[in-house]
Design a protein around this ligand. Structure first.
Ligand code: HEC
Length: 86
């Protein structure tokens, strides 16, 4: 899968943007449960939109508690404002 190469190639050990903010912590907690929390700058905002939807399906499959509407909104806004420019 092409996306795998893009994500793993970019920004491996860079700290997350807005480190220690509520949004960064929420993102790390909710999106770092099954794999490390990928750096927002490794994908464009449009790609994050798709990716978060795919991850919600994975959460359902794995019986991880679903994102609430507010969590989803906050995570997407966090990812979008720190996303790669496309
Ligand atoms: C229930 C476990 C689980 C949670 C929680 C989860 N993911 Fe994932 N994620 C996966 C799995 C499994 C894969 C890789 C395989 C696949 O895509 O089928 C993946 C892949 C990814 C990828 C692609 C990585 C690549 O190398 O292709 C991104 C980006 C990603 N997740 C972001 C997120 C975000 C953002 C969240 C929070 C909304 C999140 N994940 C939460 C299980 C999870």
């Amino acid at each position: 899968m092409a996306l795998a190469l893009i994500v793993s190639g970019a920004g491996c050990n860079r700290p997350l943007p807005e480190q220690n903010s509520a949004a960064a912590r929420l993102y790390a907690n909710r999106c770092g449960q099954c794999h490390r929390a990928y750096n927002p700058g490794s994908l464009s905002a449009a790609m994050w939109q798709v990716q978060v939807e795919m991850m919600e399906a994975k959460m359902r499959q794995d019986h991880v508690p679903a994102l609430t509407y507010q969590e989803r909104d906050e995570i997407l806004r966090y990812l979008t404002r720190n996303a790669a420019r496309d």
